[in-house]
Design a protein around this ligand. Structure first.
Ligand code: FES
Ligand code: FES
Length: 164
């Protein structure tokens, strides 16, 4: 049975404090897409299995389809829309383009956010650590080779900035 009770929550969404009135059983993914108009996080399986809905919640990559919006109250949420623009892409976004890793495109925002959560806590991960961090992000098109290459490329770009 659907729970219609409304709850007011506050999210620090891509750095901006925003309030939403949500249902008790409403997911964070639903709030992002339908209330905040941020459609970068995708609804794939809606079961916590594909990673297409990945966002960063208080520094941790999460499947936003499996987080109730009320659980995110008072927390920082980072989505693909908050990390770069077409004019000023994040190094991960640029690297995904350069490596040809935007394959079907649908899964890309989730992969980039999972990779960003990794690089934020570990700026020089090994290939194995990259693989591990992306293990919840499924790709059924051409495979993971270019995706891993893109993350390695972003590591080089980011460490280049750090050495300047
Ligand atoms: S849509 Fe959330 S894990 Fe697939
Ligand atoms: S990147 Fe979407 S299925 Fe491979």
């Amino acid at each position: 049975m659907k729970n219609e009770k409304n709850n007011e929550i506050t999210l620090f969404l891509n750095g901006s404090e925003q309030r939403f009135c949500v249902e008790t059983d409403e997911t964070l993914l639903h709030v992002l897409r339908k209330r905040a108009g941020l459609t970068g996080a995708k609804k794939g399986c809606d079961l916590g299995e594909c990673g297409a809905c990945t966002v960063i919640l208080d520094g941790r990559a999460v499947n936003s389809c499996c987080v109730f919006a009320v659980q995110a109250d008072g927390k920082h949420v980072e989505t693909i829309e908050g990390i770069g623009t077409a004019e000023h892409p994040h190094p991960l976004q640029q690297a995904f383009v350069n490596a040809g890793a935007i394959q079907c495109g649908f899964c890309t925002p989730g992969m980039i956010m999972a990779a960003k959560a990794l690089l934020d806590r570990n700026p020089r991960p090994s290939r194995e650590e990259i693989r591990q961090a992306l293990s919840g992000n499924l790709c059924r098109c051409t495979g993971y080779e270019r995706i891993e290459q893109a993350v390695m490329m972003a590591v080089e770009i980011i460490s280049g900035y750090a050495e300047r």
